[in-house]
Design a protein around this ligand. Structure first.
Ligand code: XMP
Length: 319
């Protein structure tokens, strides 16, 4: 793709000019955006880049190991795995308001980066995989009357006190363009094709109060659901798919006894850039088989629903 290779060269030049001989610290979230940002910046400034993978305890099953392994082995990047699960889950305890949860996570992210940036000699820049839709969503609603839809923790809110300048090489791109750039940079197709994953992670797929029990159940249910989608060859047709665990227990029957366990909702949407989305029309067979598998394989879930809301009026995530 000529346009993308030209973009790549321009971006590399711009990053070199901006960064000079200083150190860059990159906020690696495990998503496609920050991965492509890291790969691009690595190409521009090599060893001057250090990635910090903040494990907030809100990641999917095996995600931390997979992401850190991919970056170290495949891309030869310097990655610090910062396991801050206790810090994040501790501060989130008892919090059920969506915006409060996002703000706590966003605030802690900044603190954690500050901590790691301080340990890197001469770190002056913080890289972020901010995309164009993030920029316009946050710009058009911040400062408006009371119309903040969601405060994306990874956009715009970095206080000056952090003492780091931002490097945001994807600010002009939409999601599909970021994927094309990732391919251009040689990231593995399986990684580029990954569904987007939000910075606040499972926190916004666990409406209401977060508990370790709910997170563990959610991780298992989500893994079964994604496995089903892959086995049926549907992963690449879907823009984003995940499970949400609902803050309600319902009654079921299992053998001779009654169960009183959590309900979960399956979400799958098609979209171009996340700004609008349609629910994915799974067959009833697929849905039935998936519900049976989740209930059989995941202790703690005894009811499965499918979310057929499109965006708008719904959002993709549940919070
Ligand atoms: P919504 O739920 O707003 O999601 O329809 C649109 C896209 O944005 C992702 N998303 C987020 N990403 N921080 C992020 O980095 C956030 O706070 C956040 N909220 C939503 C969501 O996963 C979807 O891809």
């Amino acid at each position: 793709d000529w346009t993308m290779s030209a973009y790549r060269e321009e971006a590399v030049t711009a990053i070199r000019e901006q960064v000079g001989d200083k150190q860059v610290i990159c906020a690696l979230s495990g998503g496609v955006d920050s991965s492509v940002a890291a790969a691009l910046i690595h190409e521009a400034v090599g060893d001057q880049l250090t990635c910090v993978f903040v494990d907030h305890g809100l990641l999917r099953k095996n995600e931390a190991e997979e992401v850190v392994g991919m970056f170290c082995d495949h891309m030869n990047l310097h990655v610090i795995h910062a396991d801050e699960t206790e810090l994040f889950l501790g501060k989130l305890e008892g919090q059920s308001d969506p915006e409060t949860k996002r703000k706590i996570i966003g605030g802690l992210f900044i603190d954690v980066f500050q901590k790691y940036a301080d340990q890197i000699d001469g770190a002056e820049f913080l890289a972020q995989g901010t995309l164009y839709p993030d920029v316009i969503e946050s710009v058009s609603f911040s400062g408006g009357p009371s119309v903040t839809i969601k405060s994306h923790h990874n956009v715009g809110g970095l206080p000056e006190k952090m003492g780091l300048k931002l490097v945001e090489p994807l600010r002009e791109l939409f999601k599909d363009e970021v994927r094309a750039l990732g391919a251009e940079l040689g990231l593995p197709p399986s990684f580029i094709g990954r569904h987007p994953f939000p910075g606040p992670g499972l926190a916004i797929r666990c409406p209401g109060e977060i508990t370790r029990e709910k997170l563990d159940i959610l991780r298992e249910a989500d893994a079964v659901y994604i496995d089903q989608i892959r086995k049926h060859g549907l992963y690449d047709e879907i823009w984003q798919a995940f499970c949400a665990i609902l803050p309600v227990r319902t009654v079921g029957v299992m053998g001779d006894g009654r169960t009183y366990d959590f309900a979960c909702a399956l979400r799958a949407v098609t979209s171009v850039d996340g700004m609008t989305a349609d629910y994915y029309p799974f067959s009833h067979e697929f849905l039935g088989e998936t519900a049976t598998r989740i209930i059989n394989e995941v202790p703690g879930i005894n009811r499965v629903t499918y979310d057929i809301t499109s965006k708008p009026p719904g959002t993709i995530e549940w919070e």
